[in-house]
Design a protein around this ligand. Sequence first.
Ligand SMILES: *[C@@H]1O[C@H](CO)[C@@H](O)[C@H](O)[C@H]1NC(C)=O
Ligand SMILES: *[C@@H]1O[C@H](CO)[C@@H](O)[C@H](O)[C@H]1NC(C)=O
Length: 92
Amino acid sequence: MSVKIHTIALLLLSLYLCWQLSAARHAPRRRPCCVQVTSRNMSADVVGQTYREQPAGSPCVKAIIFHTNDGPLCADPKAQWVKDLAANMTKV
Ligand SMILES: *[C@@H]1O[C@H](CO)[C@@H](O)[C@H](O)[C@H]1NC(C)=O
Ligand SMILES: *[C@@H]1O[C@H](CO)[C@@H](O)[C@H](O)[C@H]1NC(C)=O
């Protein structure tokens, strides 16, 4: 029984890894990225303890990506509220 579960888990894991690898190889630019950022103070909407930093690279702009209940939020790295918030969070 548990062998079966392991097999399924491994299968799913390898499918996931394959998908990740092929996504990275074939479509690096397909990944959604921030093409604009907000400098409006949205700190009340931010959830979680981690953020990502996106480098600029046309059409993407330099951005701090926070999480909200509505999905990722593209924030202006130069905005003070972004700096304040990011200072207490972990970059991933
Ligand atoms: C942004 O808003 C939060 C509350 O939502 C407030 O605590 C914080 O001081 C504000 N930051 C700036 C830079 O205005
Ligand atoms: C960040 O953490 C410091 C110390 O733990 C705290 O004083 C500060 O209010 C926090 N800032 C924000 C934006 O949560």
